[in-house]
Ligand binder design. Structure first.
Ligand code: PLP
Length: 433
């Protein structure tokens, strides 16, 4: 099961990505390695951009939530495709600027920006801050005012949607470390404070209801609640909110059991709900933004590993151990995320071997997945895990002092290194010897 069109099996029975043989890629770049099909990333950027401009208007653009997959060339791709970006830390901002990403298209998120983050971001000329709380609002307003500027901001609002129960559960997300809840009155309070603050210009509101969501309904519910809050602000404070950022969160197909979402259709659906809600509430349609992360990059990526051992424990299960694991993909250990895997050098064989794929760390929970149906495996096989473009490299660690794998970009039938493999020298470079 290879899930996507950019993945194929060639005449040797090898898995290919973007037309390149993954067994050759493993030979050339070593394993583990992240391989990202750049053409697929660019195609999803375009799908989003076209749909956003068609349905949200010419001056809108999608914001790439860059925590999903973050390195200099990825920011360059986002810039070339006309996207804005969402950054959540000083490190992401630094990488984006080092790659030459235009500062005015950066939205700076985070629920605890330090004074240094705020000051660095102001110095860079970051276009928009998404302000999380009143303390940040105060600190930002002071810092901006002392520089004689009025910083554009959105306020992060908690609409009270639980995306996993489908319906608007008005308590769902109130208990969150992010943003100010409408239901508790804190949202209206922070709006008031923002309007009165000298150093900021309140242009809009932001919400983000969750991730890996397949149903469009929670987005529609969030949009309705946010528009009705915009109407409340107009009525109570006489202030017009001009922008509405509805966050990210659209789901991605990781296994044959997941649905594939038509993202253009989802955007059209969201825009209709916003237009309708604006009409009903008697407010002007705001400029709408969305912030996809996962759905822009996940499908484009795979991870290649080399199999080290195959342990069949009679009456229990089969373990296939690979030369990576939770340091390069912590998502199963963290949230039991499901993946699809296959033996890349025998990809045409039937997947009749049920295995637990284990990593190399000294940690029983170091697994890529359990109950995975793959081809019969043996030492030196290449194992490919699919749909690893999002939240793999960006979540990677050096646990057990394992160097991070390289990121290889495939484009027009050619492969190039975008992030070099870490070396042991890299691992100790900050150790005081
Ligand atoms: C993580 C995040 C996103 C992206 O979510 P995906 O599920 O990857 O699309 C967008 N906006 C904010 C504020 C986020 O924290």
């Amino acid at each position: 099961m290879i899930l996507y069109e950019h993945l194929q099996v060639n005449e040797l029975g090898h898995l290919t990505i973007g037309g390149l043989d993954t067994v050759e890629l493993a030979n050339q770049f070593g394993t583990p390695a992240y391989i990202i099909d750049e053409d697929v990333v660019r195609a999803s950027c375009r799908t989003y951009r076209n749909a956003v401009q068609k349905h949200f208007g010419e001056q809108s653009y999608p914001l790439y939530a860059s925590k999903a997959l973050c390195f200099a060339q990825m920011y360059r791709i986002a810039a070339e495709e006309g996207l804005g970006i969402d950054c959540v830390s000083g490190g992401e901002l630094y990488t984006a600027r080092a790659a030459g990403f235009p500062a005015e298209r950066i939205f700076f998120h985070g629920n605890n920006k330090t004074d240094k983050d705020i000051s660095d971001a102001l110095d860079m000329g970051v276009g928009t801050f998404v302000v999380d709380n009143v303390e940040e609002l105060g600190a930002l307003s002071c810092a901006a005012a002392s520089r004689g500027i009025k910083q554009r901001i959105l306020l992060r609002i908690t609409p009270g949607i639980d995306p996993h129960t489908h319906k608007a559960v008005v308590t769902g997300n109130i208990d969150s470390k992010f943003g100010s809840a409408i239901a508790t009155g804190q949202a209206m309070e922070i709006v008031k404070k923002a309007i009165e603050s000298d150093g900021v210009e309140l242009v809009g509101l932001h919400c983000h209801i969750g991730s890996q969501i397949f149903d469009i309904e929670p987005f529609e519910d969030a949009a309705k609640i946010m528009v009705s809050f915009i109407a409340d602000i107009k009525r109570e404070l006489g202030y017009e909110i001009k922008e509405l950022n509805l966050g990210g969160g659209l789901g991605v197909k990781y296994t044959q059991y997941d649905r594939e979402i038509d993202y253009a259709e989802a955007i059209e659906g969201i825009s209709q709900i916003v237009l309708h809600a604006c009409e009903q509430n008697g407010v002007a349609t705001p400029r709408i933004f969305i912030e996809p992360g996962r759905s822009l990059v996940a499908a484009a990526g795979i991870t290649l590993y080399t199999v080290g051992s195959v342990k069949e424990i009679e009456g229990f299960r089969n373990y296939v151990s690979v030369d990576g694991g939770m340091p390069d993909n912590p998502r199963y250990a963290l949230y039991q995320s499901q993946y699809t895997a296959l033996i890349a050098n025998r990809a045409a064989d039937p997947a009749t071997f049920r295995a637990t794929i284990a990593g190399r760390c000294c940690e029983s929970g170091d697994l890529i997945g359990e109950g995975m149906d793959i081809q019969r495996a043996q030492r030196c096989d290449i194992l490919a895990v699919l749909t690893t473009g999002a939240y793999n490299y960006s979540m990677a660690s050096n646990y057990n002092r394992i160097p991070r794998p390289p990121v290889i970009l495939v484009k027009d039938g050619k492969a190039r290194v975008a992030v070099r493999r870490e070396t042991y020298e890299d691992i100790i470079k900050n150790d005081v010897l």
